[in-house]
Ligand binder design. Structure first.
Ligand code: HAM
Length: 440
C-alpha cells in the first residue's frame, strides 16, 4: 500500500456531495445575473504567465502567488484573481469587440494566504467586468449587481464600503509623485499603515500642501456616502482635481442609490485596496458578523493598455463565492443538503431486476431524477433505503408487477399509492416533478 495524504493540500477544500448544491446555486445565481445584465461568460486557464500579474497586481498579491516553472523554464503562476486574465483577453483576442463589452466569469483562484475562516488557498470568484466605459453608470452597475446577488441568495444584512483612490491619486499626481510610488503608498494605506503612507507622501511630494491634503482625506471619518462626500468636498475645495474625483464618486453613489438602499452605502475616505491597478472608484461588501469582505472591486482604467492593448477603461468586481458559502453555512446557519433522487426504483425479487432496469429508464426519460437499486430487497428494507437516500417516491417492482407489466408508485409522504402500466410511466411521471428536490 502506498501511503498518500488523504486530505487535500493545506488551505484547499474538497467540495462534498452535501455542499455541492449550495455551491451550485451560488454559481447559478451568478450566471443568471450574467444573463439579466448582459455579461457574456468567458473562461481562461487556471495557469498564466507570471508577467501578467507582475505588471500591476501589487506586492500583496505577488507575494502570495503559487509560482512554478514549466519544462522550458517559463515562469508560470496559478491565477490569484481574474481581472488581469480578463484584461489580457480584452487586450488581445477581444481587442476589436464593440465597446462597451461586459464579460463574466466563474473561476477558481489560488493564493498562498494563511488559511483561516473565509480565507482559503483555493476559492471561487464570480466576477463581472465592463470595458470601454468611463461613465459612472458602469461603476454603479457593479454595486447594483452585487446587491441583486445578495438578495437572491438570502443575505439581508450587509453594507457597501466605498472609496475612491482617484482622490488620493489626484493629490499625489498634482504633487509630482510617480505612479509606482502612488501604488506603494496606497498599498500602505490598504494595510492600515496610515502614518507610513503619509510620511512617504511628505518625502516624495514637490509641495508641502500635498501631504496635508493627503492626511486630511485619510483621516476623514467614514459616514453615509453622500453626506461624507459633501463634507470632504467642502474641506478640499481648493484641490480642484481631487474634487473632480469626489464629484465622480458622488455621481456613482447617486446612481447606485436608485436601486441600492442609500443607508447601505458608507464612504470611507481613507479606504484603499491591495490590488494596485485601481484608478478610481473602489468598493467592498461586508455582511453582518463577518469581518472580512464578501467581495469587492473597482475601476482600473490603465490595465488593458499597460499589458499591450488599446487604451480601454475598465471597472468590475468579484463576488467571493467560497467565502459567501462559508458565511451562509456558519453565520446564517443555512443547512447544506445533498441532492437526492426524486424516485427510487426497487426490485423486490431477483426476477424483477430486468423489468426494474427498464422502468427506471422510463422515469428518467420523463425527466424524473431516479435511482435504481441494483439488487432485490424486501419491501420494508426498500422503504428504509429510500428514506435514507431522501427519495420522495418509491417504485416497487415485485413478481406480480413483472407479470402484469406494471409498477407500484408509492408517495413516501403518504399521499398516494398507485399502480401504473409501464407504457404510462412517461406521461404520468411528469406529475411527480412538481415535487422535485433537485438542487433545492
Ligand atoms: P479581491 O478583493 O482580492 O479582488 O477578491 C475579491 C473577493 O474574493 C474578496 O472580497 C473575498 O470575498 C474573496 N477572496 C479573496 N481572497 C480570498 C481567499 N484567500 N479565500 C477566500 N476568499 C477570498 C479581486 O480579486 C479583484 N480581481 C476584484 C475585481 C474585479 N476588481 C475589479 N474587477
Amino acid at each position: 500500500m502506498v501511503k498518500v495524504p488523504l486530505a487535500p493540500p493545506r488551505g484547499m477544500d474538497d467540495i462534498l456531495p452535501e455542499e455541492i448544491p449550495l455551491h451550485r446555486s451560488l454559481v447559478e445565481t451568478v450566471r443568471l445575473l450574467f444573463r439579466l445584465y448582459g455579461y457574456r461568460e468567458v473562461e481562461t486557464p487556471p495557469v498564466e504567465y507570471y508577467e501578467l500579474f507582475a505588471v500591476k497586481s501589487g506586492q500583496e498579491i505577488l507575494s502570495h502567488m503559487y509560482v512554478f516553472e514549466d519544462v522550458h523554464g517559463r515562469r508560470l503562476v496559478l491565477r490569484p484573481e481574474m481581472t488581469a486574465p480578463i484584461a489580457r483577453l480584452v487586450a488581445g483576442k477581444l481587442s476589436r469587440s464593440p465597446r462597451p463589452i461586459r464579460l463574466g466569469y466563474v473561476a477558481d483562484c489560488y493564493r498562498l494566504d494563511e488559511p483561516q475562516w473565509g480565507r482559503r488557498r483555493r476559492f471561487y470568484h464570480g466576477g463581472f467586468e465592463i470595458f470601454g466605459s468611463k461613465e459612472p453608470a458602469a461603476d454603479a452597475e457593479c454595486m447594483v449587481i452585487f446587491d441583486d446577488f445578495l438578495r437572491r441568495v438570502g443575505i439581508r444584512d450587509y453594507y457597501f464600503k466605498v472609496g475612491h483612490v482617484g482622490v488620493h491619486r489626484a493629490i499625489m499626481s498634482a504633487a509630482g509623485i510617480e505612479d509606482d510610488d502612488q501604488d506603494t503608498i496606497l498599498g500602505l494605506l490598504d494595510r492600515g499603515r496610515v502614518e507610513e503612507a503619509e510620511e512617504s507622501v511628505r518625502k516624495l511630494a514637490k509641495d508641502r500642501e500635498a501631504a496635508t491634503l493627503f492626511k486630511e482625506v485619510a483621516a476623514h471619518p467614514a459616514g453615509p456616502a453622500i453626506e461624507t462626500i459633501d463634507e470632504l468636498m467642502a474641506k478640499l475645495s481648493k484641490a480642484e482635481r481631487a474634487c473632480k474625483e469626489l464629484e465622480n464618486l458622488r455621481k456613482i453613489v447617486k446612481l447606485a442609490s436608485q436601486v441600492v438602499e442609500p443607508a447601505r452605502i458608507i464612504y470611507y475616505p481613507g479606504f484603499a485596496r491591495g490590488l494596485s491597478y485601481y484608478t478610481g472608484f473602489i468598493f467592498e461588501v461586508f455582511g453582518q458578523g463577518a469581518e472580512i469582505a464578501l467581495g469587492g472591486g473597482g475601476r482600473y482604467d490603465g490595465l488593458v493598455s499597460l499589458i499591450g492593448g488599446p487604451e480601454t477603461p475598465g471597472v468590475g468586481f468579484a463576488i467571493g463565492l467560497t467565502r459567501i458559502m462559508q458565511y451562509l453555512t456558519d453565520r446564517l446557519m443555512v443547512k447544506p443538503q445533498p441532492d437526492s433522487p426524486l424516485a427510487l426504483v426497487a426490485p423486490l425479487a431477483e426476477e424483477s431486476i430486468e423489468f426494474a432496469f427498464r422502468a427506471a429508464h422510463e422515469f428518467r426519460r420523463a425527466g424524473v431524477p431516479t435511482e435504481l437499486e441494483m439488487a432485490a430487497y424486501s419491501p420494508s428494507e426498500a422503504i428504509r433505503r429510500a428514506e435514507r437516500r431522501g427519495a420522495r417516491f418509491l417504485v416497487l417492482i415485485g413478481r406480480r408487477e413483472v407479470e402484469s407489466k406494471t409498477v407500484s408508485v408509492r408517495d413516501l409522504e403518504g399521499r398516494f399509492q398507485e399502480e401504473w402500466r409501464v407504457e404510462e410511466i412517461y406521461e404520468r411521471a411528469e406529475s411527480l416533478l412538481g415535487r422535485t428536490r433537485v438542487g433545492s
